[in-house]
Design a protein around this ligand. Structure first.
Ligand SMILES: [Zn+2]
Length: 246
């Protein structure tokens, strides 16, 4: 398998990213793969560039990861670049680097069969997360709206506050609409989040689910294949879509 992905945030200098192995978790596949393997066009080698601004926290050799570099970004998220060519580092620990700066060259060091980049993103708990939304630009390090939203929602519904939604978070949510829980504390966070993800029609972040709120929710539902009724419930999938559980 080798498919080209149209990335917004490049990690290969020549901006041609061909995926040879996807990110997989044990939930979705028996074989875990905590990053995305990439090569350049026609399996060509390339230089590796930083996905975003940050500080280099590791630049060393590991038995399995080979020569690898870790860059810490906003919110303490980390991007990691593995199997780099021996002695190709262009950065050192402590360097503050910019998006697009060359980190090193693609290589075949460590547990690697053929030169490629294994690109991983670790969250603030050093747990690997899917790097694809970061490459495609759906998520970024500076404006981590999503995790902030989740933490706020978990807080108002008395769920465990860890920024990572699951069944527990979903089970504690309640129906929110212009007629049900119109002034619930969650309304403000939903307004704030809708605004941040591109629904300015939600209007002022005033904590009241009025007509503009309903309109923005309907647009969100339309865009996310939910029933379009302006009501946020567990049953109509809207909470699941807001919490990215679907
Ligand atoms: Zn890999």
């Amino acid at each position: 398998m080798r498919k080209r992905i149209d990335v917004k945030n490049n990690v290969l200098l020549h901006k041609e990213h061909y995926v040879t192995s996807d990110y997989k978790t044990r939930n979705t596949n028996r074989k875990n793969h905590n990053g995305i393997d990439m090569v350049g066009k026609n399996s060509s080698l390339d230089d590796i560039i930083a996905i975003d601004n940050g500080k280099v926290i590791k630049a060393k050799c590991h038995e399995l990861m080979g020569y690898y570099v870790e860059i810490q970004h906003q919110n303490n998220y980390i991007s990691r670049y593995q199997h780099l060519k021996k002695d190709s580092f262009k950065v050192k620990v402590g360097d503050n680097i910019n998006k697009g700066d060359i980190v090193g060259s693609m290589g075949n060091t460590g547990n690697s069969f053929g030169a490629h980049l294994h690109f991983a993103i670790l969250n603030d708990k050093r747990v690997a997360v899917d790097p694809l939304p970061y490459l495609l630009g759906y998520t970024n390090f500076e404006n981590d709206y999503f995790h902030k939203f989740v933490r706020n929602i978990q807080r108002v519904f008395n769920a465990k506050v860890d920024g990572y939604p699951g069944k527990e978070t979903l089970s504690k949510t309640i129906t929110i609409s212009s007629t049900t829980n119109r002034r619930h504390k969650a309304v403000k966070y939903i307004q704030e989040y809708l605004k941040e993800i591109g629904y300015p029609s939600v209007g002022n972040v005033d904590g009241v689910a009025g007509p503009k709120f309903t309109k923005a929710v309907k647009q969100f539902q339309k865009d996310h294949n939910c029933m379009v009724d302006g009501v946020i419930t567990k049953g109509n999938k809207t909470w699941k879509k807001l919490l990215r559980l679907l």
